[in-house]
Ligand binder design. Structure first.
Ligand code: LMR
Length: 395
């Protein structure tokens, strides 16, 4: 019956994480999957999250289905975190928001919605991008293309090439954009560059689809939402997939949201209806627990949560400069500036597949095959061995 079923070659990120779990070496270091660890190498439970969860568990009650679109308090909180408390689009009820199963669920619901209403559009993702972007959009039936993004020479964004490519994208196509903390490169656009993209999207009637999974890990809650808020205030329609996995350290609770910024409230209402229909077809309705935590934290403990998030961001910056110092001390002839310039959880090291293989097999240091390193999983005590291993595999 199932003889024709292909072998699954595995996911470039999740399968590597499984290999790491099965690696018996005690000194192994996992810098592959994008998770934030504390300095004791544990996934932190944020204080605000613990306080909210404890309060929720004290008043445990019945558990009815949530509506297809999710919990109202969660949707409202997610919307204002992304678009700002004073957003005109929010005030004018122009944004259709649904609670989703993580950021991936948001992308999938969004992709299904788009395929139903823009069947001939094509999707453009940056080169490189998070591997699952291509999988989700092609899985929804889209033809997926790549536009230039990263320059290995400058170890930053090749903005001129990106802009020139977007100017040639067919009218009406969908363009996936990383709002902040680009995954996998850590190379972000400047505010000025985001401003420069607005006329390109407007003239070519392109649909921007923002993915924001690291709000608060780059420069701050408000700064990291700049692109989304700027496009919205310029009157562009857009879609936004967000995730609370990292900034609440709630990975397994799968808390995300999909937001569609529409020209008016009537269209937003219809879009919301179709998003609900896409949710129903995929998983019917989202789960309750994580959403209750996020909503309570954002409503009642926002200050405490933001302080904790700031401390997480500072820890990542300390890891960046710590690794930079260690590498620079051993190899002053090489340029490691990218560690200091890139933003968020990830750095793109420029290490080859072969060097990454050697790091894993010979030294137990796990990076993604592309050379992406999760800076947020590095700790004070792993900086020195990781730097040593990297130096050994450099030419
Ligand atoms: C990552 O890029 O490592 C994370 O977003 C986790 C994932 O699902 O791939």
């Amino acid at each position: 019956m199932f003889q024709h079923v292909d072998v699954y070659p595995g996911d470039p990120i999740l399968t590597l994480n499984e290999s790491f779990a099965g690696d018996p070496r005690p000194n192994k270091v996992n810098l592959s999957i994008g998770v934030f660890l504390d300095d004791a190498r544990r996934l932190p439970i944020m204080g605000a999250v613990l306080e909210a969860e404890t309060a929720i568990l004290k008043q445990i009650g019945t558990r009815p289905y949530l509506p297809m679109e999710g919990a109202p308090s969660y949707r409202k909180a997610a919307q204002s975190l992304l678009f700002g408390d004073d957003s005109m689009a929010v005030g004018e009820k122009r944004i259709a928001t649904v609670q989703t199963i993580g950021g991936s669920g948001a992308l999938k619901v969004g992709a299904d919605f788009l395929k139903a209403y823009f069947p001939d559009a094509q999707v453009w993702i940056c080169d490189p991008s998070w591997d699952n972007h291509r999988s989700i959009f092609s899985g929804a039936g889209f033809k997926v293309h790549a536009y230039p993004y990263y320059s290995p020479v400058t170890q930053g964004v090749d903005f001129e090439a990106m802009k020139a490519a977007l100017q040639k994208v067919p009218q009406g196509d969908i363009v996936l954009l990383h709002a902040c903390c680009h995954n996998p490169t850590g190379a972000d656009l400047t505010e000025q560059q985001w401003r420069e993209l607005v006329p390109v999207f407007r003239e070519r009637r392109l649909l921007p689809f923002f993915d924001i999974a690291y709000q608060g890990f780059g420069e701050g809650i408000e700064q990291d939402a700049f692109a989304i808020r700027h496009f919205t205030s310029e009157g562009l329609v857009s879609m936004v997939a967000s995730s609370f996995s990292k900034n609440f350290s709630l990975y397994g609770e799968r808390c995300g949201s999909l937001n569609v910024v529409c020209p008016d409230s009537a269209q937003a209402e219809n879009v919301l209806g179709q998003l609900k229909s896409a949710v129903r077809r995929n998983y019917s309705s989202p789960p309750t627990h994580g959403a209750r935590i996020v909503a309570m934290v954002l409503e009642d403990m926002r200050g405490r949560w933001e302080d904790e998030l700031t401390a997480m961001r500072s820890r990542i910056l300390a890891m960046r400069s710590g690794l930079y110092d260690a590498l620079h001390a051993s190899r002053p002839d090489r340029n490691f500036d990218y560690l200091l310039k890139q933003k968020g959880m990830f750095s793109y090291t420029g290490l080859s597949q072969e060097q990454v293989r050697r790091l894993r097999e010979e030294y137990g240091v796990y990076l993604i095959g592309s050379g992406r390193m999760c800076m947020a999983a590095l700790t004070q005590d792993t900086i020195a061995p990781v730097a040593e291993a990297i130096v050994k595999v450099l030419d």
